[in-house]
Design a protein around this ligand. Structure first.
Ligand SMILES: [Zn+2]
Length: 291
């Protein structure tokens, strides 16, 4: 889901939009604006920085190299901002697909079938962007007005596009428990969004302004709040996110609940959250939360 956070205080509204949109796989889903990531340090190619990420698995890489269609609707000056930032979008997008899978998966047969992405570059005044579709074929729109704004703020446009696509292409590949009789946990959409921002942050492209948040409960909002919490868990329990994603397989007949976090870590999510609240390493503005 998605990326618009023109103002930080618009976040709750944007998240509410996400919650509404999550049940509609074929409707455009406006995302909370994960903003630019220009303020953050990032890896040279967005490759996973986690020590446990798979790296030498050609079969996994091949499965996570989607076919690609660019729908370039804005051929004016703002569209040129995209072209200047990403002159060769097909390999750019395909590498992001591989990065996502190296973080989410270890084995070929674990990967959800997902094989095509259409990227629309549009002069859209209403949305910074959106994502439509699920799994096998997704469409992502990025507004050139948003890119112009990012550029105007002095942030790196390619970094912003990279971060957006890491988040959206995580939705393409992640398990989300969406199947009849499953997906019943009320805050599951927030957890799903948290996984998408986890991947984005782990890959080195955090949303602009992202930092740990420790109010309320761990999954009462989506995006970077649960993402940082899960990054912290992943640091204590290596491969946590990998195992978490596998517990959300749609069609396994098991509605997902946070109890699976205890199954993975041996500690209840409530106890983990309580410990996280006191973890000094996540009290500041670190973007990887002790990783
Ligand atoms: Zn999303």
């Amino acid at each position: 889901m998605w990326l618009r956070r023109m103002r930080r205080n618009a976040r709750l509204t944007a998240v509410a939009m996400t919650l509404l949109a999550c049940g509609e796989a074929d409707a455009p889903q406006a995302e909370s604006a994960d903003g630019g990531s220009g303020a953050g340090a990032h890896g040279p190619d967005g490759g996973g920085q986690g020590g446990s990420d798979a790296s030498d698995n050609p079969e996994l890489d091949a499965k996570c190299t989607p076919t690609f269609t660019l729908q370039m609707e804005d051929t004016g000056p703002k569209g040129q901002i995209f072209t200047d930032a990403v002159p060769d979008p097909e390999p750019f997008v395909q590498e992001i697909g591989r990065t996502v899978c190296r973080i989410l998966y270890r084995e070929l047969d674990e990967v959800r079938d997902a094989n095509h992405i259409t990227l629309i570059i549009r002069d859209d005044p209403d949305y910074a962007g959106w994502k439509m579709g699920d799994v096998g074929n997704i469409t992502v729109m990025i507004s050139t007005q948003h890119l112009a704004q990012v550029q105007g703020q002095g942030m790196d446009v390619a970094t912003e596009i990279h971060g957006i696509l890491l988040h959206e292409m995580t939705h393409m590949y992640q398990n989300d428990d969406k199947a009849p009789g499953e997906g019943t946990y009320p805050d599951l959409p927030n957890v799903v969004e948290g996984v998408a921002d986890f991947v984005r942050i782990r890959a080195g492209y955090p949303p602009s302004g992202a930092q740990p948040s420790k109010d309320g409960s761990w999954d009462d909002t989506g995006y970077w709040k649960p993402a940082f919490f899960m990054l912290w868990i992943d640091g204590k329990h290596p491969d946590f996110l990998y195992h978490l994603n596998l517990t959300m397989v749609a069609g396994d007949g098991v509605p997902w609940t946070p109890d699976t976090i205890q199954d993975i870590t041996g500690v209840s999510v409530d106890d983990l959250w309580a410990e996280y609240l006191g973890a000094s390493c996540c009290a500041g503005s670190t973007q990887t939360c002790c990783q």
